[in-house]
Design a protein around this ligand. Structure first.
Ligand code: NAD
Length: 357
């Protein structure tokens, strides 16, 4: 059984641990700088050795890979340290907070001869996997447009904490939610090159922190003396080589009634198309038969899509460790997504369309 370590035992570190165990990885060790997070993790995972330092975890020879579930600004330094220690890395999204950091990480992986698997968990959702397969099977024909959206009426995570502090997170709803949408859209479309983007970001609710009314808060409660200098809404148009476009909308907070706007991915193909919700249990394919528009329902094996996705991601990491092989969601793809994110932020700042490098 392959042994792994978990670095960062907060909300997502704990999710990773549960799913790693479910698929047959042994979580041998864990480390967090916050003793309270370590204690909470150990309550759930009493058999995991809680290491006294990062160095002690990384020096364990029985640990082949580590999962990094830490704030975004630490992805680069800790991934580079883990790679240099000879570990394969399953890295939470986003890859880093700038594309320059991604390039340094790619160099580090190359130098160490180790692999970074990106934590693009949405790829493993049954509906996304089905859409990708439909694209591979040419059921959509030519995909000329994808609309990718995630709208939350009240979903600012940890207001005033690291999620809303640009120096730590790299940004708001775009780098947090948009990253999932972008990766899923690109994966379904077969990874076309995005050449130009035009985006706008909005910081509406964080500016009025004390007035932000909500019912529950991921990564909360709010720290009202903390910082919120990131966007809570982004809209962008992405132009791909060959002419296809992606419209991206990612929203942490808005004053629109729940459930009105279409969450998920709408795939426009010249042969057929569909709109998938990320956690859908079936796909309704809009197609043509004879001269008439026809709908076809495709059932998915998706009793619990989110759990299945986390299991799928953990299984992919287990395979990588077993074969020292290539990741399914590669670091290069993580870098591509980061380059698009950087370009959208630049476009928003400079109020113009920009090229993606
Ligand atoms: N895939 C998803 O759906 C998803 C969802 C939420 C968050 N995330 C990503 O997961 C990562 C962690 O997010 P989270 O929600 O678990 O945040 P969190 O704040 O709950 O947990 C982060 C943990 O990292 C610890 N930490 C900070 N500095 C550290 C260091 N130097 N060494 C070790 N531990 C350190 C903190 O003490 C904390 O316990 C982020 O990159 C985030 O973008 C992914």
């Amino acid at each position: 059984m392959k042994k792994i370590g978990i670095i960062g035992t907060g909300a997502i570190g704990r999710v990773h641990a549960r799913h790693a165990k479910r698929v047959g990885l042994e979580v041998a060790a864990a480390w967090d700088t916050n003793p309270a997070a370590m204690r909470e993790f150990q309550n759930e995972q009493p058999h995991v050795a809680m290491e006294p330092t990062l160095a002690s975890l990384l020096s364990r020879r029985d640990v082949d890979g580590v999962i990094l579930a830490i704030p975004n600004d630490l992805h680069e330094p800790l991934a580079i340290q883990a790679l240099a220690a000879g570990k394969h890395v399953l890295l939470e999204k986003p890859m880093a907070i700038t594309v320059a950091a991604c390039d340094r990480m790619l160099d580090a992986a190359r130098n160490a001869g180790r692999t970074v698997q990106m934590g693009f968990v949405c790829r493993h959702l049954p509906a996304v996997a089905m859409a990708r397969q439909l694209a591979i099977d040419q059921r959509f024909g030519n995909i000329y447009h994808v609309k990718a959206s995630m709208y939350r009426r009240r979903g600012v995570p940890g207001l005033g904490g690291w999620f809303t502090t640009k120096a730590k997170s790299g940004g708001g709803s775009l780098i947090d939610l948009g990253v999932h949408l972008l990766d899923a859209a690109l994966d379904i479309m077969g990874h076309p090159k995005i050449v130009r983007v035009s985006g706008a970001t909005y910081s509406t609710f964080g500016k009025r922190m004390k007035e932000y009314a909500y019912t529950s808060m991921w990564a909360g409660p709010p720290n009202l003396s903390g910082v919120c200098d990131v966007e809570d809404h982004v809209t962008a148009l992405l132009r791909c080589e060959g002419g296809a476009t992606i419209e991206l909308n990612a929203t942490w907070a808005m004053n629109i009634p729940d459930g009105v706007l279409p969450d998920g991915l709408a795939i426009f193909g010249d042969r057929s198309g569909c709109k998938i919700g990320l956690q859908d249990q079936s796909v309704l394919l809009a197609t043509e038969a004879g001269m008439a528009p026809t709908d076809e329902t495709l059932q998915l094996n998706a009793d619990n899509p989110m759990d299945q996705a986390w299991d799928g991601q953990a299984r992919a990491f287990m395979q990588l460790l077993a074969q020292s092989g290539e990741a399914t969601a590669t670091a290069l793809q993580g870098r591509t997504v980061q380059a698009v994110i950087d370009a959208i932020y630049q476009s928003a700042r400079e109020d113009r369309e920009v090229s993606v490098t």
